[in-house]
Write a protein that binds this ligand. Structure first.
Ligand code: PHE
Length: 335
């Protein structure tokens, strides 16, 4: 019997020598002194013994237990010290690590800048659906059935051919006009889709900023000259360049008459010394007013549309549109 006790003590002692952490120590303590340890089991067998045996073996077993307990608590103290001195090495006076801040995406930044500039000119920012009906995206905008933009090559049609991923933000002109009476001025930022092969200047998904300002015909109704003023103010502030000049080139979009392409020239960076096309625009076509339920000839206004990526690329000197969606941190971290 005392052999059993001896064995128990030896095994436990041996285990103790290999303990390196407080966690290991606790596991070992439960194993050797806990309720299901061999020592506890041994003590439980005593009740079947004679009174003399019980006294003698009980005494021995308790000695073993006390020795083990004190060995465990000594080791615990040592390990506590080790853990504490590791803590002491923590230099609380050292400068803190710099927290890593994220920041907003350059396109979002450009979008927010643009919204703020137009809002300061009294434009209301509204958004529309990215899935449009064929009617709002094309028909109501006076775009005939045989217009090339309606083809499978240019447009993502949804099943059944009545819905399209909007190819521009102009359908929101239609939705807004249907629900409101002039005067109003709105800006519609948002994502648009075109079935294009991607390259440095084309993405199948990009963003546009649509503008629309309409009033009842009369002296103060928005004119082409007002459009020019709005464009000039916007681009001067967006590019922080008060020398930006605006030029209109005659152009064609089915939903405006006359239609123009907006060109700008600035005094620095990519805009210096050359005319760059930045938007399509024009006076809202009377057919469009009629399509949304206004009386032909009663309203007058202008509309414009530009690609957010294009002006962001000019502003931040980015030469590949694919970088915006590429998630390359080397690119994104520069902003
Ligand atoms: N929606 C046209 C486009 O995507 C741009 C535009 C908007 C032109 C408003 C004129 C008026 O190309």
């Amino acid at each position: 019997m005392t052999d059993t006790l001896k064995k128990i003590q030896e095994v436990a002692q041996k285990d103790l020598e290999n303990l390196r952490s407080l966690a290991e120590l606790e596991i070992a303590r439960v194993r050797h002194l806990g309720r299901s340890s061999e020592l506890s089991q041994f003590l439980r067998t005593l009740k079947d013994k004679t009174e003399d045996q019980r006294r003698e073996l009980g005494q021995l077993a308790n000695n073993v237990r006390q020795e083990l307990e004190s060995a465990f608590s000594q080791l615990k103290e040592r390990l506590d010290d080790v853990a504490y001195s590791a803590l002491e090495k923590l230099d609380v006076t050292a400068p803190a690590g710099r927290p890593r801040h994220g920041h907003i995406h350059p396109l979002t930044q450009a979008q927010e800048d643009s919204n703020a500039i137009f809002a300061s000119m009294g434009f209301r920012i509204v958004e529309g659906p990215e899935v449009e009906t064929e009617w709002t995206n094309f028909d109501a905008l006076n775009t005939p059935a045989d217009h090339p933009a309606r083809g499978m090559q240019d447009t993502f049609w949804l099943k059944g051919m009545q819905y399209v991923m909007r190819t521009h933000t102009s359908p929101m002109q239609v939705r807004f006009m249907q629900a409101h009476q002039p005067p109003y001025r709105i800006i519609v930022p948002g994502r648009v889709y075109r079935n294009e092969a991607t390259d440095g200047t084309h993405e199948f998904q990009f963003h546009q900023i649509e503008g629309l300002m309409v009033a009842r015909k009369g002296e103060s109704a928005p004119s082409l000259a007002n459009l020019k003023g709005v464009m000039e103010h916007f681009y001067q502030r967006f590019f922080r360049d008060e020398h930006i000049k605006i030029r209109f080139n005659a152009s064609f979009f089915p939903f405006v008459e006359p239609g123009v392409e907006v060109y700008i020239q600035g005094s620095s960076g990519k805009l210096k010394g050359r005319w760059i096309e930045v938007a399509g625009a024009g006076m809202v076509h009377q057919n469009v007013f009629e399509n949304v339920g206004y009386v032909r000839g009663e309203m007058q206004g202008f509309a414009f549309g530009m690609a957010l990526e294009r002006i962001a690329m000019l502003k931040y000197k980015i030469d590949d549109i694919r970088l915006f969606q590429g998630s390359d941190l080397r690119f994104l971290k520069q902003f």
